[in-house]
Design a protein. Structure first.
Length: 228
């Protein structure tokens, strides 16, 4: 009798209540952003509640940018890797095209000190936190390469009579959690995205200072040679 060289059947992992709740949260956020109609929402919620295995949950968030990180985790747990969904191999080439991101936190934090000076900072993919200190100076911070669906980047800045210019790609939500005294930040209207391409959280302290968030003209602003 010939040996059977076929691979063993893939082991299925049971879904927990926490897994189902996380998927429901993604669906709710997608509804808030206008991605699902009421019929689709109800169907996906019912499927999530009744799901028995992790691989039952993956298709429910496969096409939702809000669930990018959760999708990656579930895919790893079930052995599907990162090539599970349609379009998962796409690369980003234009200003409005989205691609899978590098796992957040896989790159070391970025730090900068600017005293009556500044520099150009291109934040690397996978960076989860950027920390800057500025005194009568500031940096140009390009976040285009690091952002992507489901990515959250914390920009922690301490500034006195100073400020940074921050450039983001389309679709990035900017959340301001800074503490300011006679200071403040400006997020240009064109830079206020819906979160489909990640979230930037502004943190830190400013005294008579502030930061400006701009929409970069093109996915890689430095390649386009022009910033807004």
């Amino acid at each position: 009798m010939a040996d059977d060289d076929s691979p063993p059947p893939q082991r299925r992992i049971r879904a927990s209540d926490k897994d189902r709740d996380e998927v429901l949260s993604v669906i709710t956020e997608a509804v808030t952003n206008g991605r699902l109609d009421p019929e689709e929402t109800a169907q996906r919620q019912d499927d999530a509640i009744s799901a028995k295995f992790l691989d039952d949950l993956i298709p429910l968030i496969d096409d939702l940018p809000e669930g990018h990180q959760l999708h990656q985790r579930l895919a790893r747990q079930t052995g599907h890797g990162q090539d599970t969904g349609p379009g998962s191999a796409l690369q980003r080439r234009g200003a409005t095209e989205l691609s899978p991101s590098v796992e957040p936190g896989s790159a070391p934090p970025t730090n900068s000190v600017a005293i009556m000076s500044g520099r150009e900072i291109d934040v690397a993919p996978g960076t989860a936190q950027v920390t800057t200190y500025a005194l009568m100076g500031g940096d140009n911070i390009d976040l285009c390469a690091v952002m992507g669906p489901g990515v959250t980047v914390e920009l922690v800045s301490y500034a006195m009579w100073a400020g940074n210019d921050i450039y983001v790609p389309p679709g990035v939500r900017v959340r301001d959690e800074t503490i300011n005294i006679m200071a403040g930040n400006e997020v240009r209207q064109s830079a206020r995205g819906d979160g489909s391409n990640g979230t930037v959280v502004l943190k830190g302290f400013s005294l008579m200072a502030g930061h400006d968030v701009h929409l970069a003209k093109g996915y890689r602003a430095k390649d386009q040679g022009q910033l807004e």
